[in-house]
Design a protein around this ligand. Structure first.
Ligand code: PLP
Length: 460
């Protein structure tokens, strides 16, 4: 593709950004010596920055979001059509795209019936936490109020979500946090926490039960987990893990919340990651891929049994879910989500994800044979990781600066890849790949080719 965007006044643009924009998750000292990068345009898998450099995006907008790729005019048209017809009304009323999208979504999620709209993954998760606390207060006599989350999982940036954060550097310094958020151990088989276990998946799940017994099962209302841990290191569950986790939830009447903010909408090759592992959740939250970044939308999806707990009780003015998200009523979100879902279906992007995911994993395994710095590769669909180690025998994690050097080398070559999100002290050593679900074999080979050259350049 020979497309080169031509922004006006590049120097002015960069100076305006440098002077006034506070970038997300960024240390800014670097901009004293280098220009901040400003992304200008995108088409399919490719992006161009203000200086005209072209990139192949292997991380769908940096944070696994743009599932259907850049430049989708049909989504822009659907959003425009909706906005000129009706842009907004508060979510206390229904809407045309809201009702249609909820119906289509629920068709894909057997067992779940209700969709609550808001704007971000964090917000969708906060809704679950609030629902759990309200059910505890109204239906469980103050019990069942504690919320379990897992080491290395991430659920967002707001206070409740950060209280449920398994990544220490994300949460550090922002507390104190609300009470009753309890961490359970992670399940990364490669970093074997249960060396004596005959069955790793079982041992990792049983570790959750230990925490439940310690905290008192009557106190635990919710277990919140990512189906595949994303920023915490692309951690796919060990065999047998999810079956046992569900048994435990059932045994102690704990609701199971699956955070599909990253995995949802095809990323793993299924509509939702939980469906690949036979999970029957009580809550599912989703955001990023729901509208592929064309509009802000997130959903908290739950069962009729949970919904019924909030039906108004004339004797109790506090019985209903007293929550609103102003922009949960912006109709650009569901309009974009409807068209996004149509594209995923009509272009068989789930099938493509499975096929291209297999190719990506095969390529990564191939790299692992030739580069000793790769200690483990793992993935589900177009959601893959390669963990770098200083020593394959001891599995000592590769130092962060060297992992960052691999990412930087790819970037210089025009391929954007990611790494563990710099919030796990000593464990920011996993390269992350989550290209748009439209990726072709050539795209996949180009991505792993760049990684190959980067590994050779950094490690020889
Ligand atoms: N849940 C998971 C698994 C995520 O990875 C993220 C963000 O990366 C969130 C929730 C928070 O989503 P948002 O940034 O839209 O609030």
């Amino acid at each position: 593709m020979n497309y080169v965007p031509k922004p006006n006044d590049i120097a002015g643009l960069i100076e305006a950004d440098r002077a006034h924009v506070w970038h997300h998750l960024s240390q800014h000292k670097q901009y004293e010596t280098v220009d901040p990068r400003i992304m200008i345009e995108g088409r399919g898998m490719r992006l161009w920055d203000a200086k005209g450099q072209e990139f192949l995006d292997a991380v769908s907008g940096g944070v696994w979001t743009v599932n259907v790729g850049y430049g989708r005019e049909s989504i822009a048209d659907a959003v425009r059509e909706q906005l000129v017809k009706l842009n907004y009304f508060a979510g206390s009323a229904g809407s045309e795209p809201g009702a249609r999208f909820a119906q289509k979504l629920i068709e894909k999620m057997p067992g779940l019936t209700r969709v609550y709209y808001s704007n971000s993954g964090s917000e969708a998760n906060e809704k679950v936490f609030k629902m759990v606390r309200q059910m505890a207060a109204r239906h469980h006599g103050g019990k069942k109020w504690k919320i379990l989350f897992r080491e290395r999982d991430y659920h967002g940036t707001t206070f409740g979500a950060l209280a449920a954060c398994g990544q220490p550097q994300r949460a550090a310094h922002y507390g104190p946090y609300p009470d009753g958020f309890i961490e359970v151990p992670h399940c990364l088989e490669y970093r074997n926490q249960y060396p004596d276990a005959a069955d790793y998946g079982l041992a990792a799940a049983n570790a959750i039960e230990d925490v439940i017994l310690r905290e008192g099962p009557d106190n635990i209302g919710l277990l919140c987990l990512e189906p595949v841990t994303a920023g915490g290191g692309v951690i796919t569950p060990p065999k047998g893990y999810w079956d046992r986790v569900q048994e435990i939830c059932k045994k102690y009447s704990i609701l199971l919340h699956i955070d599909e903010v990253v995995c949802g909408m095809g990323r793993t090759g299924a509509w939702f990651g939980y469906q690949q592992y036979g999970i029957k959740p009580d809550f599912v939250t989703m955001a990023k891929g729901v509208a592929s970044g064309y509009a802000a939308i997130s959903c908290t999806v739950t069962t009729e049994a949970v919904f019924d707990m909030f039906k108004d009780d004339p004797s109790d003015p506090l019985s209903y879910f007293r929550d609103i998200s102003t922009y949960g009523g912006c109709l650009a979100g569901p309009a974009a989500a409807l068209e996004n879902m149509r594209i995923l279906e009509d272009e068989d992007l789930l099938g493509n994800t499975t096929r291209m995911g297999e190719r990506m994993m095969a390529n990564l395994h191939n790299l692992m044979e030739r580069h000793r710095a790769i200690g483990d590769v793992r993935g589900a669909g177009l959601f893959c990781g390669a963990e770098l180690v200083a020593d394959r025998q001891t599995k000592e994690p590769m130092e962060e600066a060297k992992v960052a050097a691999v990412v930087a080398h790819c970037m210089k070559e025009g391929v954007i890849i990611g790494m563990t999100n710099r919030s796990l002290p000593g464990l920011n050593n996993t390269l992350c790949f989550s290209p748009a679900l439209i990726a072709t074999p050539d795209d996949i080979d180009q991505i792993t080719g760049a990684v190959d050259r980067a590994l050779t350049s950094v490690f020889g």
